[in-house]
Structure formats: structure tokens, C-alpha cells
Design a protein around this ligand. Sequence first.
Ligand SMILES: Nc1ncnc2c1ncn2[C@@H]1O[C@H](COP(=O)(O)OP(=O)(O)OP(=O)(O)O)[C@@H](O)[C@H]1O
Length: 262
Amino acid sequence: MLKVKGLTKEFKLSKKQMKLEHTTDSRKIAVDDISFDVKPGEIFGLLGPNGAGKTTALRCISTLIKPNSGDILVDGDVSVVKEEDKARSYLSFLTNELKLEDHFTPNYIFNYFAKLYGLNDKEIEERKEILFKKFGVDKFKEVKISQLSTGMKQKISIAVSLSHNPPIIIFDEPTNGLDILTARTVTDYLEELRNEGKTIIISTHIMSVASKLCDRIGILIDGKIRTIGSLDEILKEQEAIDLEDAFFKIYKRVKADEGGTV
Ligand SMILES: Nc1ncnc2c1ncn2[C@@H]1O[C@H](COP(=O)(O)OP(=O)(O)OP(=O)(O)O)[C@@H](O)[C@H]1O
């Protein structure tokens, strides 16, 4: 179980960033008091447009950055903010942007990271066999990263991030930049992990990914969660025909409340 409580993250903008964002305010509230729970055996999706605060929220949850206020609890009462080392053993943060060193092999990289996660040699070999088989890395395990395709590198990143078999999986934009076959391998695997009882949070801006993959969805716009529910609940609440329709209804309302136009 993962509990996000009143999470807020603010950035201080440089003069250059203020100019780029066309603002005179040096404070940017990227995530604004968000709360939600994710249960074991559930995929929760944070759905939002570019700049909504999805990556910032996921980075706070995975201990990579500290929130200004709020907390995240894992396994009942382990605080991500106060006990980050302990919390880390429950979490895996996946991103397709993990940079793998060109001159190493998948085998070497997997062993290296799995050791850092505290696995012994036997555990490393067992996990590697399962994950390399799952992602089709087997045939390439002694080939240098520089010679592998983008899709294969992404699959290796995922295998490496899951080496310690954590109960909570956090995945920033799981299908971004992936070809259709690799994307399918990844979403199928997330479903398999859900069925094994893992607690999974993903971020996405792709409506079809949220609709098909997520058991519950939180719609994030300008740092705030505007609604949370299953697809059916959101469609009913918004009287919408599909998630895109529901999203635009919510988005227009948010912008109208701010006095702007869409
Ligand atoms: N380190 C930072 N310094 C200043 N502002 C930041 C920083 N990181 C993010 N932001 C700003 O916070 C807001 C939320 O960014 P974030 O990357 O979390 O959004 P996102 O929903 O993940 O969007 P995308 O899909 O484009 O990655 C944006 O306005 C972004 O410019």
C-alpha cells in the first residue's frame, strides 16, 4: 500500500526560467497538495498534460527529491520523507530515460545494480534469468550497450530497475518513446506485475494508456488533482463518452475558473 498525503513541491525559478515561463513570480508550485492511495494489485495512473507536475510528483514519491510539505507512506508507516533509505527498499523508480553506459554489457550493468540493491550472487542470477528472458535481453547480454537498439536499451533499463523485485513500482511515462512492440511488452508486463499483487503508479499523458492499463486514474492539471476514480467513475461523473472527452471537460472548467481560455 502507498499513501500520498498533501504532497506539495515548489521550485525556485532562475531569472532565465522566469523569462522562459513568461512570469514575474520566482516560485513555481509544480505539485500542489495532492493526496491519493494505491493498493497492492492496482495500477494507478497520474494523467496530465506537459508540465502538469507528474514527473515531480513521482520523483518525490521515489525519494529522488524532497517535497516542501506532505509525506508518502509505504508499507503502512514508513515515511519516504523521514526514512528515505528504508523506504527505498520498497520502491523501484523506472524511467525510459535511464542512461546506460555505452561500453558496458547488459550482463555487467545488471550485476552491478543488483549488487547495489543488496542481492547475493544466487539471487542476482535468478532475477536476471527471469527478467532477461521476459524482455528478450538474453541473446544480447554480452553485447555492448553502444551496439544495441533504443528499444533494447529501454528494456534493459526496465530489467535493471526491477532487479530487487520491489513491492512498489513507479514508472514515469512507461510507453514514451517506445516502438509499438516494446510498448506492448512493457504494458503487458505491468499487468502481470499487477496480477502478482504489486502496487504500481504510472504517469502518462496518453489517454489510451490510462484507459486500458489503469485501475484508477488521477487527473492532474497545473499541479492539482482534479478528480480521481476508475475510468467508469470518471466517465459517469463527467458525463463523458471517453477519457479524452472527460479530460477536456475538466480542463476547460479549470481554465474557465482561472479566467482564461483553452
Ligand atoms: N527543477 C526545476 N526547476 C524549476 N521548475 C521545474 C523544475 N522541474 C520541473 N519544473 C516545473 O514544474 C512544472 C511541472 O513539471 P513536471 O516535469 O513535473 O511536469 P510533467 O507533468 O511531468 O510534464 P512532462 O510530461 O512535460 O514531463 C513545470 O512547469 C516545470 O517547468
